[in-house]
Design a protein around this ligand. Sequence first.
Ligand code: CP
Length: 325
Amino acid sequence: MPTPSPNPHLPFGDQRTAPWYGRDIISVKQFGREDLEYIFAVAHEMHDMVDHIGTFDLLKGKILANLFYEPSTRTSSSFTAAMERLGGSVIPINEVKYSSVSKGESLPDTVRTLECYTDVIVIRHPEVGSAAIAAKAARKPVINAGDGIGEHPTQALLDAFTIKEELGHIDGLTVTLLGDLKHGRTVHSLARLLSLYKVRLNYVAPDILRMPAELIDELKAKKVEQAEYTTLDQALPETDVLYVTRVQKERFTDEAVFESVKGAYVIDPKVMKAAKERMIVMHPLPRVGEISPEFDDDPRAAYFRQMEYGLYVRMALLAMVLGKA
Ligand code: CP
């Protein structure tokens, strides 16, 4: 998809022409390949800037509202760090129970309130479509930090950036997505984003946690090579990127069903003997047993480096939507 046209909610008479200025980031469907190359270039530059000068004033005076209706460690703190590294500041609302949400305030009203005080809003919410609802209510840019089992676009962008930085390219790779592919918003967004490249996608999941059929059909229509498995052994030897996910206990209504699949796959040094020497293992984290800590010292374990790449991508996105990149 080409770079979208400027945001209709821009203040009247604004002369800025940066393509992402004032825009919302709701879904990976908004991005074309050229957009990704641009984001990766800006993120790379942000990495250099942080390495060389730490904090700088690109967004001095700008304020971010970090509105989290669901728990988060990485996304919430990396957006905070990104804003502060760029010289801006943050209003954190991580415990909505202490805000007026607990009095029954609606999502649109909450967003309209926050935009009175801030320049950009990051939102995580348990319901699919909530970020789009927030974006419709707001005149300021809204960034989706995860909407239920829907999408997590900034995670997918940092995942793709990680692959590019670690392996040098994305075209031609075999990417194996493993675990809870039904509930995992990160894998939904990542699979869509990778469909912009020439990749082969393997899906490895228990029967009840398979990748949604609609998503497989969507990618099939784009001629993406895809294969489904219930065990890892067939897919692992050809894999360049193994993307491991947690079985999401919070999305199950029946605990017995969760128990039946929770330990379906465990990545450890023994399992990884069958994998290539040059490949990477990723995980959006948190992990709860699906990657053994014994594997952490293996150079192929990229999941901690992946978190750091997230800082640079989120710095790039904030700079873009605030017209500074
Ligand atoms: N990867 C990710 O979204 O982590 P958090 O839930 O800690 O934000």
